[in-house]
Design a protein around this ligand. Structure first.
Ligand code: GLY
Length: 423
């Protein structure tokens, strides 16, 4: 099945069960100043979990479902491996308390909890022909009790004890997004050893000073990574061969059949990420969201340049827009998106060219840790080559930069800043 069909199927599945379908919110959170970008489906619903807003009044039901655009920035440097992404989509169903009926056969509009949500997740995956390998539940920790209810629901579905793993807070407790918000124990579903679906039972509110308070009503917040779901459905080696990265992947491979896998993944991820961020109004800058966009655009430009496919950039942008424009109207804005990327690329082009030249001239790969830190510092301060671009170039030479080299770089950089300030 194609991703377009799965989108439809997921939303219809939950619509049938009393959920109102809510469009994705922007990647720039409207109501959550404590986070830079939208990182989860529940974010636009935070105030329904706390009951500052009334779901019945706004949606006519306590049940909603969405496919949310998300952007996570913690792992930008990891992108290029098999599983990390900056931009991704998350399918989710949500219930805002109070619990009215937790029976999975109830297709009404009242709040539900663990029994209904676990049963529906199981039913949904089964109907797609997927077999769950194992699940996990919260084992109880830090005065938060073992989630016996979820455990028993899985038992009632025929799961063996050894296929219901019990983990602590580190693995099976989710949230909040940002500084404070709803959070709670989770049960997670694994297929082909990949965590596909995370069912969060929002029973608590974590305050800004990190205290857990019981929410007045418990709620449900589930998140299923779309790329991961498509990977297990389409049985591809990694998420990057799923149709969510087409036709871009084919276009890049047509140009460069021998492109390094890691660089291909970076191009796929960063092109999508940049297009979606720009469409939601983010502009490159040295601050916050703008800096995130700048970093991925520069890394993208580096990869396109190294592989000599910079001239294909517009075709690549178009491929992403064409794939998603019927789902997210805001990205149907080729001229603006191209204009922003062109401007950033133009501004970085000279620095990158000179930086690459100097890098190749100065770095041979045999440097000692201290010497490498010093050289990278010179490349940055004298030629403007950002450290992360140098890191990327070193990675292409199979060199992982050590902490010692980074410390030397930072030390020199601090001294340099002090001197610049005194002048
Ligand atoms: N809100 C659930 C998740 O992001 O996994």
């Amino acid at each position: 099945m194609k991703s377009e069909e799965i989108r439809q199927y997921f939303l219809e599945f939950f619509e049938k069960r009393g959920h109102k379908i809510i469009p994705s919110s922007s990647l720039i959170p409207e109501d959550d100043p404590s986070v830079l970008l939208t990182t989860a489906g529940m974010q636009q619903f935070k105030k329904y979990f706390t009951r500052e807003k009334d779901p019945i009044k706004d949606f006519g039901t306590q049940r909603v479902a969405s496919i949310q655009k998300c952007f996570r920035t913690t792992d930008i440097e990891e992108i290029g491996d098999e599983r990390h992404l900056s931009f991704f989509e998350m399918l989710g169903n949500f219930s805002f308390g109070p619990i009215v009926n937790d029976d999975p056969n109830d297709y009404g509009i009242g709040g539900y909890f663990k029994k209904a949500s676990i049963n529906w997740a199981y039913e949904f995956l089964k109907s797609l022909g997927l077999k769950i390998d194992y699940v996990s539940v919260f084992k109880g920790e830090n005065n938060i009790p073992f989630d016996e209810e979820s455990y028993n629901v899985w038992i009632s579905l025929g799961f063996k004890k050894e296929d219901i793993k019990k983990f602590g807070k580190e693995d099976n407790f989710w949230g909040p997004t940002g500084e404070e918000g709803p959070c709670g124990p989770t049960t997670e579903i694994y297929i082909d050893n990949i965590e596909v679906w995370n069912l969060v039972f929002n029973e608590y509110y974590q305050t800004a000073d990190k205290k857990l308070e019981k929410l007045k009503y418990p709620g449900v917040d589930t998140g299923m990574g779309f790329e991961r779901l498509m990977k297990v459905l389409q049985k591809t080696p990694t998420i990057f061969e799923t149709d969510l990265f087409e036709p871009l992947r084919t276009y890049v491979l047509n140009e460069k059949p021998d492109i390094a896998e890691r660089d291909l993944r970076i191009i796929l991820d960063h092109t999508r990420g940049a297009v979606f961020l720009i469409a939601d109004g983010v502009r490159p800058s040295n601050l916050e969201r703008g800096y995130i966009l700048r970093r991925i655009l520069r890394r993208l430009m580096l990869k396109l340049k190294i592989w000599d496919i910079l001239s294909k950039k517009d075709v690549f942008i178009k491929a992403v827009i064409d794939k998603f424009k019927n789902i997210y109207k805001e990205i149907d804005n080729y001229d603006k998106i191209k204009e922003v990327i062109d401007k950033e690329f133009r501004g970085f082009e000279k620095t990158l060219e000179r930086g690459l030249r100097e890098f190749n001239k100065r770095i041979n790969g045999n440097e000692k840790e201290e010497e490498l830190g010093e050289k990278l510092f010179v490349l940055y301060t004298s030629f403007g080559l950002p450290l992360e671009i140098s890191k990327e170039l070193l990675k292409n030479m199979n060199i992982e930069i050590t902490e010692n080299s980074i410390n030397i770089f930072n030390k020199l950089f601090k001294e340099h800043q002090k001197i610049s300030k005194n002048i």
